[in-house]
Structures are given as C-alpha cells and as structure tokens.
Design a protein. Structure first.
Length: 142
C-alpha cells in the first residue's frame, strides 16, 4: 500500500511548478545522488506559508516533495515545522508515524531501512524549513 502512495505522488506530483511571487527561494541538492529541488515560499497575511517547487531526482525525492506540498502548503510555520520534525524522527529514530501530522508522509516509513535514501526523502522538507526561516515566517508566528 505504501509503495502505491509513493508511486502515485511520483507519477502525479501535487503542486509542482514555481510561483512567480515569493519571499524566499532556496535550491537544495543531495550530493550523494544528485536529487535537486528549487523551492519558493511566500508568507501570507494570515501567517500561513504558500509553497511552490520544481524538482528532479529519484522517485523517493519527487514523491516526498509532492507529499510535503500537501502537508505543509498553506499552513503556518509551527504546523510545517512539526511535520518536518516528525518526519525526521520517523526516518532517523524509528518513531511511530502519525498520519494526522504526516498524511501520506507515513508511506515514507520504509525509507528508514535504507539510510542512503533518507536524504532523498528529507530534501524537500528541509528546503521548506530553510526557505520559511529565510522568509521570516518565524517572526510572523511570534
């Protein structure tokens, strides 16, 4: 079942495409395998963060970016950061996945068995966090 979710996000990515309006843009690369993502964020008036991205790479990194878009787009920094931290804990510390926090991201749980692929799964999420911080999203939430 999880493999089907990953393949669906890979074949039919959600939210892929860069917005022309943005407060911050980051470009992250996984030097191990060559996965890349350019991610833009715009902090909206209500403190929520709009996400746009373009990426290339393996099916895990591309599916993970699509999942990240669903879980973080139009949420505030605190909710997005909670999702990022939970994904890290799930992949690196074997914390039980919480579907309420990660949605389809729980499908990435099997990646933890392949340490070289963990960076692929985290690439988009870490890019979001970096871009949100650069855009001043934390101050928006204070």
């Amino acid at each position: 079942m999880y493999q089907e979710i990953i393949l669906d996000h890979y074949k039919h990515p959600h939210g892929k495409g860069l917005s022309s309006e943005f407060a911050s843009e980051v470009h992250h690369v996984n030097p191990t395998c060559g996965d890349e993502i350019t991610l833009r964020v715009q902090v909206l008036a209500d403190g929520k963060i709009a996400v746009s991205y373009d990426n290339q790479g393996c099916s895990i990194s591309q599916a993970s970016a699509s999942i990240m878009y669903d879980q973080i787009n139009n949420f505030d920094f605190a909710a997005g950061d909670k999702a990022v931290e939970h994904l890290i804990a799930m992949l690196q510390r074997n914390v039980e996945p919480d579907e309420d926090i990660l949605g389809d991201g729980i499908a990435l749980v099997g990646v933890a068995q392949y340490p070289a692929r963990v960076k692929c799964a985290l690439l988009a999420w870490m890019a979001w966090k970096d871009a949100a911080i650069q855009a001043g999203a934390i101050e928006e939430q204070s």
